[in-house]
Write a protein that binds this ligand. Sequence first.
Ligand code: ZN
Length: 65
Amino acid sequence: MDNKKMDYRVNFTENNKLLSIEITCCDKHIGEIRFKDGESKKCPECGVTHALRIQHNHFHLSRSY
Ligand SMILES: [Zn+2]
């Protein structure tokens, strides 16, 4: 694990519904994914794939090479 900034910013609608997630990896904002099961984004710097998995009462944000 390095010390570069890694961050998930979760956006809500005005009705407090989850809307999207902005992903920062390797100190860079690499993009935004919609809050939808199976959405993912790959970091061009380190090649990590950030994936969103939604289940009935919770969701996961996971990273994998
Ligand atoms: Zn990265």
